[in-house]
Design a protein. Structure first.
Length: 66
């Protein structure tokens, strides 16, 4: 995703569009937050799968992971 954005930004710069630095920073910060949330969700899912059938384990997802 970031590679595609970088290429698109480069193409826009070549075409004469002005790149706004604050928006670039916001884009990359948001991308980092999304990646962090995806990893957190995957870790929680894996934790629930590893403890499947353990009645003493407090589930991360009350509806289950399957």
């Amino acid at each position: 995703m970031s590679e595609q954005h970088r290429l698109l930004s480069a193409a826009h710069a070549i075409s004469g569009y002005k790149i706004i630095g604050d928006e670039e920073v916001l884009f990359y910060d948001t991308l980092a937050l999304v990646k962090e949330q995806i990893l957190l969700t995957l870790e929680r899912t894996l934790d629930d799968l590893e403890h499947k059938g353990d009645k003493y384990h407090e589930k991360n997802f009350k509806d289950g992971v399957e």
